[in-house]
Design a protein around this ligand. Structure first.
Ligand code: 0PR
Length: 351
């Protein structure tokens, strides 16, 4: 038999991924649990217990005691499931979800799959404009979405105001902290369950959490919210299933627990400090070269470098991408070091 060819990319020029190198213990745990399936708790008991631990730890990160939740395939599944909970709980035949335009495109997938209208409200300075979103809410609104660490700019929405808006509309408040969730505990924002009447949250170990892919996270304040998703599973030992996928990655679950046990809180706090220092450094470097810069609010910087220029950088091996408006985005993940950024800026100066 032929051996599989190819090597994974290395991370030394990757500046805009939202994933990173897993922590060594996360890598080791993923390998040990490769042949386990938390989708069948009757058979794969130990990984099922680990999933409960993962959810408990995610609750600690997100300021929620006794959380309900599970480890998803990623932020997309978590967002879809949160919207599904909101839709199933509501009584309308014509459901809508109100989110800022900065919300991740997974909400567009959720809307399409679930038959829900997605109403997008404008942003001011890349943050949700609560007044504008209020105008979009009506009696058929099933969820109000806030983003805590936006994909393009790392911006944090005014979550408490959005939660109030949801409560007034008898809708659920869902917070998407898929990327930001493991940086935010060390920054000064109101985004946690204890800060506002948040019902559900996406928070992904396989991004800043430094777990192996796939390990997303969906949390809910009340276990009862998951009853909205229960599907009978007659021939399994467990009677119902609330997850979207059936067979699931035990490797993801085990690596999430291993990463959080290794890094919460001191390791994540150090990673945040380092990433923020790096983000500030590169923001200053770009500003001093005459570029307009947004951020860093969290460790993510967007700068108005021209699009051809970012294409040229790609040709030099830099893995960089653009915002929808064409700006260069630099995501300071844990693998991004100062020396990488120095050589990136040196390459910019070369042009
Ligand atoms: N919510 C937010 C705020 C996100 O940023 C993302 C993904 C998601 C949800 C969806 O998460 P999953 O991709 O886990 O389903 N943000 C990145 C993006 O779409 C994902 C990514 C990761 C992109 C690594 C590139 C990459 O190399 O840009």
């Amino acid at each position: 038999m032929q051996q599989a060819r190819g090597e994974p990319q290395d991370f030394d020029r990757v500046l805009t991924s939202m994933c990173t190198e897993p922590h060594p213990r996360a890598r080791e745990a993923a390998e040990r649990f490769l042949a386990t399936n938390p989708g069948d708790p009757g058979t794969y008991e130990s990984v099922t217990e680990m999933e409960a631990t993962a959810v408990e730890m995610l609750g600690t990160v997100a300021g929620l005691e006794d959380p309900a939740g599970y480890i998803t395939s990623g932020g997309t599944e978590a967002n879809i499931q949160a919207i599904r909970i909101a839709r199933n709980r509501a009584e309308t035949d014509d459901p809508n979800v109100v989110a800022p335009t900065s919300a991740h495109f997974s909400f567009r997938k959720a809307a399409e799959v679930l038959g829900v209208e997605l109403r997008s409200g404008p942003v001011t300075d890349h943050r949700a404009d609560v007044e504008a979103m209020t105008e979009l809410v009506d009696t058929d609104t099933v969820a109000v979405v806030g983003v805590a660490g936006s994909t393009e700019y790392g911006a944090v929405d005014p979550i408490p105001a959005l939660a109030e808006l949801a409560t007034d509309a008898d809708a659920l408040c869902h917070v998407d902290a898929a990327w930001g969730g493991f940086y935010l505990p060390f920054a000064d924002y109101d985004w946690q369950f204890e800060h506002a009447d948040i019902d559900t949250m996406t928070i992904d170990p396989h991004k800043v959490g430094q777990a192996a892919i796939p390990a997303g996270g969906l949390l809910a304040r009340e276990t009862a919210l998951f009853d909205e998703l229960a599907i009978d599973t007659p021939y399994l030992e467990s009677a119902t299933q609330v997850t979207l996928t059936g067979t699931r990655s035990g490797a993801g679950v085990a690596s999430a627990v291993a990463a959080m046990e290794a890094l919460w809180p001191a390791g994540y706090s150090d990673a945040y400090d380092r990433a923020m220092d790096n983000a500030r450094w590169v923001a200053d470097a770009l500003e001093s070269r005459g570029h307009e810069v947004f951020g860093p609010e969290l460790p993510l910087v967007a700068a108005d470098l021209s699009v051809p220029m970012t294409d040229e950088l790609r040709e030099r091996g830099w893995r960089v991408s653009k915002t929808g408006a064409g700006e260069l985005r630099i995501v300071c993940m844990p693998h991004v070091t100062r020396s990488m950024l120095r050589s990136f800026v040196a390459d910019l100066d070369w042009y």
